[in-house]
Design a protein around this ligand. Structure first.
Ligand SMILES: [Zn+2]
Length: 147
């Protein structure tokens, strides 16, 4: 069985203590088919201090949730859905069975704007350099005029 849940997905818990709640997948253990969902299935870890500096406390952390106890929430239609495997450019993508939305294509699209922003910053810097050199040139001609 191919893994249908990936890190960064939004899932809804369909069984257990947090049934009905949804959250973002922060860790996936494909071998044991376990996942961790942000702020869900919180468990307490008792941490005992071994020195005077190290205090004993209780750390709350996300506990494992069995992958069969969650359903993927489609980022497009917002419904819990099953996955249809589709092939895009030779790569396997997951698409929503309810609306046909390509979930993995959407993830790539999210990353793209960052690169565009960086490119814009570079061009702006270049423009600033050019204009500043123009200013210098103007000053020089002004000075020669005064002389
Ligand atoms: Zn959908």
């Amino acid at each position: 069985m191919s893994l249908r849940i990936k890190k960064g997905d939004t899932v809804k818990v369909i069984a257990g203590r947090d049934k009905g709640q949804s959250g973002k997948v922060i860790a996936v253990d494909p071998e044991n088919e376990l996942i961790k969902v942000e702020n869900l299935n919180m468990v307490s870890r008792h941490h005992k201090g071994r020195s005077a500096q190290e205090q004993s406390d209780i750390i709350k952390m996300e506990g494992n949730i069995n992958i069969s106890n969650v359903m993927l929430v489609c980022p497009s239609c917002g419904k819990t859905t099953r996955i249809a495997a589709v092939e895009v450019d030779g790569k396997k993508h997951r698409s929503c069975k309810k609306c046909g939305f390509d979930i993995d294509a959407a993830k790539k699209a999210e990353k793209k704007p960052e690169g565009k922003k960086r490119a814009t910053k570079t061009s702006t810097a270049e423009k600033t350099e050019k204009s500043s050199s123009r200013v210098k040139r103007t000053r020089k001609s002004d000075a020669s005029k005064t002389e």
